[in-house]
Design a protein around this ligand. Structure first.
Ligand code: FMN
Length: 158
């Protein structure tokens, strides 16, 4: 039994993708994502201050928030345990570009197109606040990947 209350909470698993005007792009794994306005108009994502994803988001101002399916467990290591500063994460990654040139993951349940409207200090993470431009469902029948699912599979600890 976990001793800390916050360990009881479950989270959906996402990949945040972005692309800068100078042609750089990246994808990570992020579970700290939540809606912040009625009608699905805004959401926020907590991004690690030291990661490449936040560096690029600050330059691009655009993101796609891809909701992962349980079939995408190989992406945990590929996108969530190494940095785009060191490897090209888009090699052997099924993706396409939206009309803004921002990547999205074609095997995900779907993705939200976001435009960054502000930032707030979240400690070691930055809260990235986004206006929701569009919500696109790609695979409505795929089960959503969650943190508890990854824990049961032994793919994450804690
Ligand atoms: C299950 C899981 C959940 C994660 N959740 C977050 C998160 O909410 N926010 C975040 O910034 N990083 C999160 N990470 C860590 C990043 O995905 C990881 O540091 C990644 O290597 C960053 O890559 P980058 O330097 O290319 O941005 C998570 C990783 C895993 C495996």
């Amino acid at each position: 039994m976990p001793r800390k209350l916050l360990k009881y909470k479950n989270y959906d698993i996402h990949s945040i993708t972005t692309a800068t005007p100078d042609g750089r792009k990246n994808a990570n794994i992020a579970m700290w994502v939540m809606q912040t306005a009625m009608g699905g108009k805004m959401l926020c994502v907590a991004l690690d201050k030291t990661d490449y994803t936040l560096e690029l988001v600050k330059k691009s101002g655009i993101v796609n928030i891809n909701l992962l399916s349980e079939e995408q467990t190989r992406l945990i290591a590929k996108l969530g345990r190494q940095s785009g500063r060191e490897v090209d994460k888009f090699k052997n990654l099924p993706y396409a570009l939206d009309e803004r040139g921002c990547p999205y993951l074609t095997e995900a349940v779907g993705y939200v197109q976001g435009r960054v409207t502000g930032y707030a200090d979240g400690g070691d993470h930055e809260l990235v606040i986004c206006e929701v431009l569009k919500q696109l469902v790609l695979h409505p029948d795929k089960p959503v990947m969650t943190h508890h699912f990854l824990r049961e599979k032994g793919l994450v600890r804690g």
